[in-house]
Each structure stands twice: as C-alpha cells, then as structure tokens.
Design a protein around this ligand. Structure first.
Ligand code: IMP
Length: 429
C-alpha cells in the first residue's frame, strides 16, 4: 500500500465505498473523513454481522486504526454519540482515543434538521435530500453564523451565537414554514450535556494529521457521496452541499495529503441515484426493478428505494476527468449475473447531436438520450470467485470494455457484501 489511499465515489453515491474502505483499512493506521456528514451510510458485513455507520469512518472496526473526522465534515453530535454507543455495545475497543473529532467541525443542530425537513416538504425546489440538516449546516458555515464543535466548550460565546441564530431560524420556522420554533433554554441544556459527552473525542485533527503524515503513517481517506453529487461539478442543483472531489481530502482535514497517495474511484457495475435530479440511463421498467431487488438498492440512511439504470460511462468519464482519478474499484458486478445482454451508455444524443460529456445545466441533462453499446452478459454467479482467472470470460470482457472506454485501470473488484469477497486485480492486468 502507498502511504495513503483516497477513496471517492465516482457516480451519485452508494457505490459501495464502505466495503472498499474496509478492504484497504486493514493496512491503514488512520482512516479519515473530510466532507459530508451523516447523510452517508456505509453498510459493512464482517463475519456475517452487519454494521451501518453514517459518520464514524468504517475503519473503526479494525481495532488498530484511529478514525479522524476533519473540519470539512458537518457533525450531528447526537448521531455521533449514538454511533459511539452502538460500537461500545458491540465491544469495539478504546473509542475515546481512536476517534479524533476536529474542534473546527460545524455542528448540525436541531434547527438545521427542522429546516431541511420543512424545505423538503414543499414541492418547489425539492432536492430529495436525506433531511439530516446537511445543507442548512453548510449554509450557516458559508454565512459565518455556524456553531462549531469548539463552541460547545465556551458557554458564553455559544449562547451569544445561538441567540442571534435562533432569532432568524425561529422566524423562518414559525412564520415561513409554519412549524414549531426551537426553545432557547431547552436547546442550551441539551447541547451542554452533549458537549460533556463529546469532549473526550474532540482533538486538533489538522495537527494530528500533519504529524501522522510526517511520521510516514498509512492513511486512508474515506470520501462520502460521489463526484456527480459534488456542489460544483455534480448535477447542480441536485447535489449535496459539500465538495466530494479528492482535492477536498486535504482541505477537509487541514493537512496536505502525502506525496505517495493512490486515488481510487469506486463505481458500481450499473448506476443508481437516490433523490431527485437527472439520471440519463435510468430504467423505469422490469430491468430497473430487477437491479433494485437483486442489488438491495434501498438507501442505508433513509431506506428510500434507489433509482436504477445501466452503467453510464459518459457520466463516469466526466467524473474521472474532474477528479483526476485513474484507478477504479468496481462493486456489485455480482448483481448483473444472469442477464443475457448488458447495455452500457457510451455517448449521449442532445438535440440531434452526439455528445460525450455531461452538460452543465439540468435542462439539457434531462433531455439527453443515452446511446448504448450492447455487450454479452454472463450467467455464472460471481460471489464465490476469489481469483481473476476463474471469472467468466464475458465478465472479463465487460471489465476490459470499461477500461478501454475510460482509460482508467481497474485495481479492485468486489463480488459481494462480505469483507472476503474481493479480488485484487493488481497482478491480473
Ligand atoms: P443531502 O446531502 O442530504 O443534502 O442530499 C442532497 C442529495 O444528495 C440528495 O439527492 C441525496 O439523496 C443525495 N445524497 C446525500 N448523501 C448521499 C449518500 O451518501 N448516498 C447517495 N446519495 C446521497
């Protein structure tokens, strides 16, 4: 393993990054998150036991790793403490020392969640968010009125900032959205208690990261969501409120990434998307239902059914270009076993013209028609296969097709949810 690996989703999130992170984190000393919040959901299956984490990096299940949550992450402290409790109950050791929560993280508090839910309940401007308060918390950060983790330990400052915030938030909640306001005293006492419980985890993450990098420690950076949900380079406005590109790894942790860093993009062997927004290869037919059922395509965070479609290499190539990624991990190929012919989108048609990239505006993106190449599928199940040579020839051809089209190299293959269901292709290609 190089000194560091950055793992990024290359589609609309839910690519199975948690599983790939888990694979690499067996040799990592630090696993770090640098953006997003508990809108993410990583499902891990270790020795048949399923754990779903939303905020704490999945590396926590390896007892030797430290897990950093950098300043680029928005933190719902209630959610974080709940995850800590679940891990504690499961016997995961030494959590206070192993979880590094940046004192610079912005907090997601009650009014952010209420505002997110109130906005989403209106028809106009609905994004289909996870209603976890992510957008409103990032808005406050940009508007310089956010509450940060460090503020929890300065009561007077916390009170002053809260007072100013509540005046505006309660006006919006009550008068604009017609939902109950937040009570200042109840809020203060709730977050005072939360602060006490959170304290052992709070650290200067930027410094810890810089020191660890200088000491040559092995680091795994865990991206959340995917490039096509990036605030600028995704399908705006149907995006999340953070940057999901690999360059955010340095910004969101307050330390440059090591020179010897491998950037890995994770793609699903087909496409999915949750929430609203353009999705050129979406299948609203029996094949879409088949992918959803076989692939268990229901959100780990909200339980919402995911929209499913064929692999869209126009979108993937665009995402690889804006993120600079040249190495891929492919997940959920096992879901495609038994389909006689597979379609892969290699170009779009827009107003009678063939285009090979993602237009910036949703109007065009909603109108593009996918141009497909049809490739033969494979009948054999993949879940028990551990060696490249034993894979069905048509599946190997599918991988080659992805490599040729994207110019990227496939490093890793996941053939099921379990930790052991991985084929490392480094030696195969
Ligand atoms: P938000 O991040 O909750 O504001 O949601 C904005 C958009 O990003 C919505 O379409 C969500 O469904 C999507 N989204 C956010 N987090 C994830 C994720 O972890 N996986 C997939 N989609 C996500």
């Amino acid at each position: 393993m190089p000194q560091a690996v950055v793992i990024i989703g290359v589609q609309w999130g839910d690519e199975g990054k948690g599983k790939i992170v888990d694979y690499y984190s067996s040799s990592a000393e630090i696993v770090a998150r640098f953006q997003g919040g508990n809108n993410a959901g990583h499902t891990l299956v270790v020795e048949g036991k399923q754990t779903i984490l939303h905020l704490i990096p999945s590396g926590i299940l390896h007892p030797h790793t430290a897990c950093a949550i950098g300043s680029g992450v928005v933190v719902d402290p209630e959610n974080l403490l709940k995850e800590v409790e679940v891990l504690r109950q499961a016997g995961v050791p030494d959590l206070e020392n192993r979880i590094w929560l940046s004192d610079r993280c912005h907090l997601i508090v009650d009014y952010h969640k209420h505002l997110d839910a109130a906005r989403e309940s209106r028809k106009a401007g609905k994004i289909g968010t996870t209603k976890r308060g992510i957008g409103p918390a990032y808005e406050d950060r940009a508007a310089r009125r956010g509450l940060r983790v460090s503020d929890l330990f300065h009561e007077k400052l916390f009170e002053e900032r809260l007072k100013a915030n509540l005046e505006e938030k309660n006006f919006l909640l009550e008068k604009y959205y017609g939902v109950p306001p937040v009570n200042m005293e109840e809020f203060q006492s709730k977050y005072r208690e939360i602060g006490k419980k959170l304290k052992p985890f709070v650290k200067d993450v930027s410094r810890l990261m810089a020191d660890s990098i200088a000491e040559g420690k092995k680091i795994l950076y865990e991206g959340a969501q995917g490039v096509l949900l990036d605030m600028d380079y995704g399908t705006y406005p149907y995006v999340t409120s953070s940057h999901t590109l690999p360059s955010q790894a340095a910004l969101g942790l307050g330390a440059r990434v090591p020179v010897d860093t491998l950037f890995v993009g994770v793609i699903k062997a087909y496409s999915t998307r949750v929430g609203e927004g353009p999705f050129p290869t979406e299948l609203k037919d029996a094949m879409g239902d088949r992918l959803r059922e076989t692939g268990h395509e229901f959100g780990a965070t909200t339980g919402r059914p995911r929209r499913c479609g064929w692999l869209d290499l126009v979108a993937v190539k665009y995402a690889l270009r804006v993120s600079g990624i040249k190495n891929l991990a492919i997940t959920k190929s096992d879901v495609l076993s038994g389909i006689s012919e597979l379609k892969v989108c290699t170009a779009y048609e827009l107003d009678g013209k063939t285009i090979d990239t993602l237009p910036a505006d949703t109007d065009s993106l909603n109108r593009v028609k996918p141009i497909y190449e049809t490739v033969p599928g494979w009948q054999e199940p993949l879940t028990e296969i551990r060696k490249y040579d034993e894979l069905p020839q048509n599946f190997k051809n599918y991988l080659k097709f992805i490599e040729t089209q994207t110019g990227a190299r496939i490093n890793l293959l996941s053939t099921g949810a379990g930790r052991e269901q991985v084929i490392d292709l480094k030696k195969a290609f």
